[in-house]
Design a protein. Structure first.
Length: 450
């Protein structure tokens, strides 16, 4: 039998909802026993929790009555409330709770090294929370007594997911998810540190520093303590604009544009530079190797490569901050295009990769218009109606340009260890890309011969 405690109290059996307990207090009593499934709960504790020190006449008798009714309701489903002296116990066998599922998923998420799988598990775990614990049977006083540890577990899962999002470069999404929580829990330093990291990596250094000062003010005023060593160290890194702030190794060859770290251009074509925004394609995906860490970086990169104009970059960044979830989803699309374009350029026999790239190109064609430029020449441009997807369409158009150009046959991949960047070799003499930017944890760059 399944019980849902993370939100309104519900009981389910074989896919159907079951009504248990004719009174709110009965359902609350059952919920308390379920929270302690497999453990003895003394009757005095039940009385104290149910009536907060102001019990009715004969409270033990009322509890006995509730237990008798619940036993009758649970018996058809094979569940038993056992009595042991002055305590009650509901057996774990046959009982499934959303709380137990949450704990299991959170543990699995913490144990995996794959950030994408960690996000998936955390999303599934946090999706079980339909509202406050026992939203329809417990008041705020009782909820506070019952869910103090549960709230800690939920926040820890949120932080675990945020760390994984940061590993995947989804900085704008972390900012959107954690800002309100950091306002609500300003003394939770791990949460604040993750938000500061995401703000800094999104090109919002000043906002990250302001968040630190606001947190420090609350800690000093309310608790009389300074921020911990980890948060102070992160603040110092952000203050000096350290690319390694937040723990990831920074890229070796970098150009700063609009407060964003972008790789040097070494490919000779915008489509190749797009592929090269992952440093270290030839080796394992190491922390810090992802250049497109946020939608803002994607938009700035497109402007840096002259795929979109500067005013459009500014507009897109503003829109992305208003719609972070949509921006994060489009960033994921850009990475799909990038990986499939790279796969096809490395292996022209990969028909599936070409088909994926073709879909992106065709989508870009649908929002392209033919206009006269300031010099009087006609040229294809992307319509503003493309919205936040405009940088992806721009990259797709660049891909189409390269794939329709005979120069595609001169594309080479750098064989340097941990490199694999793409470049044009029209002379037929060049072997290496000339720089290696594997963004790995090492004393210095991995050298590629030129």
């Amino acid at each position: 039998m399944e019980f849902r405690l993370l939100g309104p109290f519900e009981a389910w059996y074989a896919g159907d909802r079951v009504e248990l307990g004719s009174r709110r207090q009965e359902r609350c009593l059952l919920a308390i026993l379920l929270l302690e499934a497999g453990k003895l709960v003394p009757i005095d504790r039940l009385v104290e929790l149910l009536w907060a020190g102001v019990p009715p006449r004969s409270p033990r008798g009322v509890v006995h009555t509730y237990i008798a009714r619940l036993r009758a309701a649970l018996d058809p489903y094979g569940l038993t409330i056992a009595t042991h002296g002055d305590s009650y116990l509901i057996e774990q066998d046959g009982v499934v709770t959303d709380l137990g599922r949450f704990a299991g998923l959170a543990q699995r998420a913490a144990a995996t090294d794959d950030p994408a799988e960690r996000v998936r598990l955390c999303d599934e775990a946090l999706g079980l929370w339909r509202g406050p614990l026992l939203a329809d049977v417990a008041d705020d006083r009782l909820r506070h007594r019952l869910d103090a540890d549960l709230n800690e577990q939920r926040l820890a899962c949120v932080e675990l997911r945020a760390e994984a999002h940061l590993e995947l470069g989804r900085d704008d999404l972390v900012v959107a998810e954690l800002t309100a929580l950091a306002d609500r829990y300003p003394t939770r330093e791990r949460l604040v540190g993750l938000l500061m990291t995401a703000l800094f990596r999104s090109g919002r250094q000043a906002d990250a520093l302001q968040r630190y000062h606001a947190t420090r003010q609350v800690l000093v005023r309310d608790l009389g303590v300074e921020p911990g060593a980890d948060l102070q160290a992160l603040y110092a890194q952000i203050l000096r604009n350290d690319a390694q702030a937040g723990g990831s190794a920074g890229p070796v060859y970098v150009v700063r544009v609009r407060d964003q770290s972008l790789p040097w251009t070494v490919g000779g074509h915008p489509a190749l530079e797009f592929c090269n925004t992952y440093a270290g394609w030839g080796g394992p995906r190491l922390p810090g190797g992802e250049w497109l860490r946020s939608y803002t970086t994607l938009a700035v990169w497109a402007g840096y490569l002259d795929l979109i104009d500067d005013s459009t970059v500014t507009r897109l960044i503003r829109q992305a901050r208003r719609r972070p979830a949509e921006a994060a989803a489009i960033l994921d699309e850009a990475r799909v295009l990038r990986s499939q374009l790279y796969a096809y350029l490395r292996n022209p026999q990969d028909a599936r990769a070409f088909a994926t790239v073709a879909r992106f190109v065709e989508a870009a064609a649908k929002v392209s218009v033919f206009r006269r430029d300031s010099a009087g020449l006609g040229r294809w441009t992307l319509s503003p109606e493309a919205g936040l997807r405009l940088p992806v369409h721009a990259a797709a158009r660049a891909a189409a340009d390269l794939l329709a150009d005979p120069r595609r046959f001169t594309v080479r991949a750098c064989p340097g260890r941990h490199c694999g960047w793409l470049f044009l070799d029209e002379s037929g003499q060049r072997r290496f890309c000339s720089v290696a930017t594997c963004a790995q944890h090492s004393p210095g760059p991995v050298a590629c011969a030129s």
